[in-house]
Design a binder for this molecule. Structure first.
Ligand code: ZN
Ligand code: ZN
Length: 345
């Protein structure tokens, strides 16, 4: 099988032939149809975070494909079923977080494309209990970005407990942001899109944003104050300054939800007086549970969301990473393995 492998940090990935892995007990073998490219994959390949993956490894945690083999003891999945391989590759199932519905906080978790090989490959093995079925009515190329970009923003808005009369600001309109705008709308909120690039704001408008703020040409804090301030600020841009602008844009009772992760060691300064007097909250949210992803798929199957993505062959992985880092990709890149096969490389 073909796989894109990180053999050294901060070097181009190598697209090579590898043995198809065999599913162990409790695992399934998935013949992947496609996998989205997430910023986390780029951080993984760069060795950017305090805990780095063990080299060599295969990134990819927006994998979608067909179950082709069942390991010993697997009864929860069936052959031929379409499933998603998401960031939460496996969790212990027994700790307080797993048991009380916060499995993404499990301290024993494995992460696809990070601590275990991911889906930048034509096949991957995965835990049968942690793959998530993709319903009919959700195409593989839509399911891929929904498996991280979608579930992460959907969950962040759930964590913020958005209510229908509130105003939600989405800071950063890209792979995550274009879906966040839609989820905030579905939750009934009035949505403000904030970005420094006009084409991304135009996309947000097309997807239902009520207000647009170009932070490249206007002071976003002043512009958001003119609108009356934000009840919820969702930060998807990896810049400390954006976090501080988002916090400063909150109205009384407001919640800042941190999702993007600026470079290691980044910190924001929170004014205590305003936090107390205005009753503000700062929250962190990391991906979503299997149930959150099932909900994201159900919304899409019901026709309530649109995924903006371009498909590319896996051979273009390094070029795609360069383009994502340069901000040249409208929303999401999805590697399609059918395309790779046609390219014959
Ligand atoms: Zn991701
Ligand atoms: Zn656990």
């Amino acid at each position: 099988m073909k796989a894109a492998v990180v053999t050294e940090f901060a070097r181009p990935l190598e697209v090579v032939q590898r043995e198809i892995p065999k599913p162990a007990a409790g695992q399934v073998l998935v013949r992947l149809e496609c996998c989205g490219l997430c910023h986390t994959d780029i951080h993984a390949a760069g060795g950017d975070w305090p805990v780095t993956p063990t080299l060599p490894f295969v990134p990819g945690h927006e994998g979608v494909g067909i179950v082709e083999q069942l390991g010993d003891g697997v009864t929860s999945r069936t052959l031929g079923e379409r499933v998603a391989i998401a960031w939460l590759g496996e969790a212990c199932g027994d700790c307080r977080y797993c048991v009380d519905g916060r499995e993404t906080l499990c301290e024993q978790q494995e992460n696809s494309g990070y601590s275990v090989d991911g889906a930048f490959a034509e096949y991957a093995v995965a835990s049968a209990r942690y793959v998530v079925p993709v319903p009919d009515g959700v195409s593989p190329t839509d399911a891929a970005p929904l498996s991280c970009a979608g579930v992460t923003t959907y969950k962040a808005l759930k964590v913020a407990q958005v209510s229908p009369t509130e105003r939600v600001g989405i800071f950063g309109i890209g792979g995550l942001g274009h879906l966040a705008v839609q989820y905030a709308r579905i939750m009934g909120a009035s949505v403000v899109a904030i970005d420094i690039e006009q084409p991304k704001l135009d996309l947000a408008a097309e997807l239902g944003a009520d207000h647009l703020v170009n932070a490249g040409t206007t002071d976003p804090v002043a512009a958001l104050a003119d609108l009356g301030g934000l009840d919820v600020a969702l930060v998807l841009a990896a810049s400390t300054r954006v976090f501080e602008q988002a916090f400063a844009s909150l109205r009384r009772g407001g919640r800042l939800v941190c999702v993007a992760m600026p470079a290691d060691g980044a910190a924001m300064s929170v004014p205590i007086f305003e936090t107390v007097v205005k009753g503000l909250s700062v929250l962190g949210s990391i991906v979503g549970t299997r149930q959150d992803l099932a909900e994201v798929f159900a919304l899409h199957a019901a026709g309530k969301t649109r995924v903006i993505a371009q498909t590319r062959p896996l051979e273009e992985v390094n070029q795609a990473i360069t383009e994502v880092l340069a901000g040249q990709v409208p929303a999401r890149v999805v590697f399609s393995y059918a395309l790779s096969a046609e390219a014959g490389a």
